[in-house]
Design a protein around this ligand. Structure first.
Ligand SMILES: [Zn+2]
Length: 218
């Protein structure tokens, strides 16, 4: 029997390398709900060379998180109020309790999915991560290689190591995540909308757990 339940707003929480970008992308294609990821928007703006893009690049190239006021500007443009009523998957936002509170003012969250992985596993995975330089699709040299080798399966764009995936930048981001984003998990737990999933499992296993959590049929 096919479930009629549709989700409106789902967000992914997890360390860089937890697979949340990949899971968001799979879910998006399967159910036709768009993903809004500040990271992808940042890369788009940087590639366009816009004023916002140049500002973002100045932080990213140092492995720093983009400051809240810039993040807010991005979300204001990319996540209009009506999008929350139609359905959206958020990947990489909110990153702090302050942002979660801001989001709650105009976007009710159905489900917050936390993908749990250890720092050690995050580091191992991040080293193999590649991103399409054109459309921002995520790949991994061993876990999700492109069927077209060094080119993107979707658009043929060249795959690259992300600018912010240098070892020093990764370590800084892990520390910031534990300090600022871990409390977001507690925030959604208290709201009763948190589901935690072991992110060290295979991609398909994690995907099935997400589908079950959403009450959707395969
Ligand atoms: Zn692409």
């Amino acid at each position: 029997m096919k479930s009629n339940r549709r989700f409106k707003v789902v967000l992914f929480l997890g360390l860089q390398g937890s697979g949340k970008g990949t899971q968001a992308s799979i879910l998006s294609r399967k159910y036709g709900v768009p993903v809004i990821s500040p990271g992808a928007v940042f890369r788009e703006e940087i590639a366009k060379g816009s004023e916002l893009g140049r500002l973002i690049a100045s932080f990213v190239s140092q492995g720093k998180l983009v400051p809240p006021r810039v993040m807010h500007e991005v979300m204001r443009v990319k996540l209009p109020r009506n999008r929350c009523g139609v359905g959206v998957i958020l990947d990489g936002y909110p990153r702090s309790v302050a942002q979660a509170r801001e989001l709650a003012r105009f976007c009710p969250i159905d489900l917050a999915l936390a993908l749990r992985i250890s720092d050690h596993e995050a580091l191992r995975r991040l080293r193999g991560r590649r991103v399409c330089s054109v459309c921002g699709e995520n790949y991994h040299v061993t876990e999700r290689p492109s069927r077209r080798g060094r080119l993107c399966e979707r658009c043929g764009g060249k795959l690259m190591v992300r600018q912010d995936d240098t070892p020093a930048a990764i370590s800084r981001r892990l520390r910031t995540y534990h300090k600022e984003t871990e409390p977001v998990i507690d925030y959604y737990r208290k709201k009763g909308v948190l589901i935690e999933i072991d992110g060290e499992q295979a991609i398909l296993t994690v995907h099935r757990a997400i589908v079950r959590a959403l009450g959707l049929n395969k």
